[in-house]
Design a protein around this ligand. Structure first.
Ligand code: B12
Length: 208
């Protein structure tokens, strides 16, 4: 199969090419989530080059900046769903982790599906998740995590919400979420796919 051109452009950190291919795809009728899939494929490649030592942190940062620009173009299209209010979801990237591009996609999808979102940002401590869920009376707290080293704090975040009197459900997400991580953390739901957030929210809010 031919290599995805957009994925290749982001892996080469070719900003101009990424932005022009993005416009081309949109004009050609591609869905925003398909385009995000290509961008993500390229970012995984960047991650591998970083692991091998071919790329340095500066390249990782630049890759993140290109993705942010691409997301700014895609955001209005992702959030253009129905706007009927369904409830509030609290979300954040767990303490020790500052990756937020995936979380931001989840935020957009939830907003597009009609949920209000309290976005706590990155490096979020356990007690902030609890406090925000209490204030927003939110039945669903979503957490993002990319770093293996943040696994311990992610568990603390999950346990803080589950151990409180809130009765809120916890959804954890990110590329390294699997059954083992689910078991370790004690979360109610887990997924490596952004669009699962709306499916799970529908279940929790009873709007399915
Ligand atoms: C860009 C990037 C950065 C940027 C982040 C910019 C930003 N604003 O987010 C910067 C430069 C800051 C960065 C820093 C670091 N990074 Co980094 N980074 C990446 C890179 C290249 C891409 C990540 C990304 O944004 N992908 C695109 C998004 C869209 O994908 P995503 O986050 O996976 O999200 C999708 C799903 O996972 C899911 N999802 C995500 N969250 C949620 C939440 C919910 C609720 C749900 C349902 C779904 C969901 O939906 C999204 C869409 O499908 C990855 C490589 C890779 N393989 O991913 C490394 C990577 C994640 N980084 C890594 C490392 C090691 C680091 C550093 C420690 C490097 C260093 N030595 O300092 C620091 C850590 C800083 C910190 N404390 O967090 C490693 C992590 C290894 C590990 N498993 O522990 C990776 C895998 C690179 C590698 N192969 O070595 N990084």
């Amino acid at each position: 199969m031919a290599r995805d051109e957009l994925a290749g452009a982001i892996a080469r950190l070719d900003r101009e090419q990424v932005l022009s291919l993005l416009e081309e795809r949109l004009q050609g009728g591609s869905k925003p989530m398909e385009i995000i899939g290509s961008l993500q494929e390229g970012m995984v490649e960047v991650g591998k080059l970083f692991e091998k030592g071919d790329f340095f942190l500066s390249e990782l940062i630049f890759c993140g900046e290109i993705m942010k620009e691409a997301m700014a173009v895609l955001e209005p299209r992702l959030a253009a769903g129905e706007r009927q209010y369904r409830g509030t979801v609290v979300i954040g990237t767990v303490k020790g982790d500052i990756h937020d591009l995936g979380k931001n996609i989840v935020v957009m999808l939830l907003k597009g599906a009609g949920y209000e979102v309290v976005d706590l940002g990155v490096d979020v401590a356990p007690e902030r998740f609890v406090q925000a869920a209490r204030e927003a009376k939110s039945p669903l707290v979503a957490m993002s995590m990319l770093l293996t080293s943040a696994m311990g704090t992610m568990k603390e975040c999950v346990q803080a919400v589950k151990g409180s009197d809130l009765g809120a459900k916890v959804l954890i997400g990110g590329p390294i979420i699997d059954e083992k991580v689910m078991e370790f953390s004690g979360a109610d739901y887990g997924s490596a796919i952004a669009s699962d957030a709306t499916r799970i929210a529908e279940k929790v809010f009873g709007t399915a």
